[in-house]
Design a protein around this ligand. Structure first.
Ligand code: NAD
Length: 424
């Protein structure tokens, strides 16, 4: 069942090529030798599983799922589970590597992992998705657990998915194991503040980034790509901070309003219809226009690779805060850097989710629950401390924020490798 990893030198495209290029830049700057680079670049463990589904109409279909544990030198592996028709092993590898850096950067005691099932969840009933989740969990269960690897929601999955995952694992173990997942419903050991944590973190950092550029958040404008678990609350918290959110998109289309979109109204529209399209409080615009809007702040909060060499030159936002993982390719990074745009990298900007996931795991392991106020305060403190340390490293090394963040994270993981030594 366990697949051998490809050698690091193997060619890759898309997010994996981007993740590898970012790591190569960091290990070169840090002066690491090729052996250490390869250890950092190569997933520790990968598994590919087949998931047969009995559909509601009695027919069967087969799906493929993956779980990649990139690194667990600093603690158990941690990372989301994605349901999307675009899932591939290489994409999961890239996302797992970014999780390793994110956990190290925020100094939570985890390594990085990611999982994915190649399925379009919108085409299946809840009962079918439950069966897919239970079968996938059952196949990967020898590899996961509170001390091994702790999944969480990502694109196409939610707290219900995590409840099924936790239940399946617990039934196999013979007792309830709350700490095997995070992002669970609150009534099942989820943490207060987890559902909005990624977006809260994005907005803490976005407001700090705007201020660092001399822009007052209450006078700023913003556009947000993606209106799911991350984009929706990011838009809400930005609007609450007084920032005018003038354009928003999802996979179906985009809406804009120069005076600022009524975000609570848009949320009600999305709850009722499933999309931002057709919202009466805005004008329909092309989806690409959200990325190229004349705004102070752009929050890409959908999928990877949306800011590329072919469109980065048209981005007019002064500050780009990555809610999504891997939205900016290295080529786009260079173009944005030359154009004087400030890019706050994903491993910093969207780390609020893993921070509160860590809090949820701590609470589950102690069976003691914190108040929402405690969770929010500790989240803000960690996000802003990381923002400060990445800025200090960027100034010291004279590099962009992404390079500084990656160097800080990679150095911590490499130190853990070196302190533990090589077995045997
Ligand atoms: P989600 O499935 O809840 O929402 C995704 C949103 O993006 C939806 O509104 C969808 O319509 C939209 N979308 C998809 N393709 C699009 C496109 N091409 N253009 C515009 N919109 C598009 O997923 P999510 O949990 O919000 O995750 C979004 C991103 O944030 C992913 O990159 C994910 O890995 C990252 N992330 C999520 C979390 C978390 O806690 N959920 C934490 C850190 C990072």
């Amino acid at each position: 069942m366990t697949a051998l990893h490809e050698p690091v030198a193997a060619t890759a495209t898309g997010p994996l090529a981007d993740a590898r290029e970012q790591l190569r830049e960091a290990t070169t700057l840090l002066g690491y030798d090729e052996g250490l680079h390869q250890m950092l670049a190569t997933p520790r463990r990968e598994v590919t599983v087949s998931i047969p589904l009995r559909r509601d109409d009695g027919t069967t279909e087969l799906f493929v799922g993956h779980r990649v544990q990139h690194n667990f030198s600093r603690g158990p592996a941690k990372g989301g589970l994605r349901y999307s028709p675009d899932v591939s092993l290489d994409e999961v590898r890239a996302l797992a590597m970014w999780m390793t850096w994110k956990c190290a950067l925020l100094d939570v005691p985890y390594g990085g992992a990611k999982g994915g099932v190649r399925i379009d969840p919108r085409s299946y009933s809840q009962a079918e998705l439950e069966r897919v989740t239970r079968r996938y969990t059952s196949e990967i269960s020898p590899l996961i657990g509170p001390e091994r690897d702790i999944p969480a929601p990502d694109i196409g999955t939610d707290e219900k998915t995590m409840a099924w995952l936790m239940d399946t694992y617990s039934v196999q173990q013979g007792h309830t194991v709350l700490g095997v997942t995070t992002g669970k419903p609150i009534s099942l050991g989820g943490s207060r503040g987890r559902a909005t944590a990624t977006s809260r973190g994005v907005v803490h950092v976005a407001l700090a980034a705007l201020r660092s550029q001399g822009i007052a958040p209450e006078e700023a404008t913003a556009s947000v790509q993606g209106f799911g678990k991350v984009g929706r609350y990011a838009a809400r918290f930005l609007a609450e901070a007084g920032t005018r959110v003038v354009a928003v998109s999802d996979q179906y289309g985009a809406v804009a309003a120069e005076a600022g979109l009524d975000i609570p109204g848009l949320e009600r529209h999305v709850d009722a219809t499933g999309s931002v399209v057709g919202f009466a409080g805005g004008d329909e615009i092309a989806a690409e226009a959200v990325l190229e809007a004349e705004v102070d702040l752009l929050v890409p909060a959908a999928v990877e690779g949306v800011l590329r060499g072919d469109n980065a030159g048209r981005v007019r936002a002064k500050v780009i805060v990555e809610g999504a993982n891997g939205p900016t390719t290295p080529e786009a990074d260079r173009i944005l850097q030359e154009a004087g745009r400030l890019v706050v990298p994903d491993i910093l900007a969207n780390a609020g989710g893993v921070i509160v996931s860590y809090f949820e795991w701590v609470q589950a392991n102690q069976a003691y629950w914190w108040s929402e106020i405690e969770v929010e305060a500790r989240l803000a403190e960690r996000m802003l401390a990381a923002w400060d340390s990445v800025n200090a490293a960027a100034a010291r090394l004279d590099v962009p924020l992404r390079t500084a963040a990656t160097c800080l994270a990679v150095e911590r993981v490499a130190q853990a490798h070196q302190l533990r030594g090589l077995y045997p």
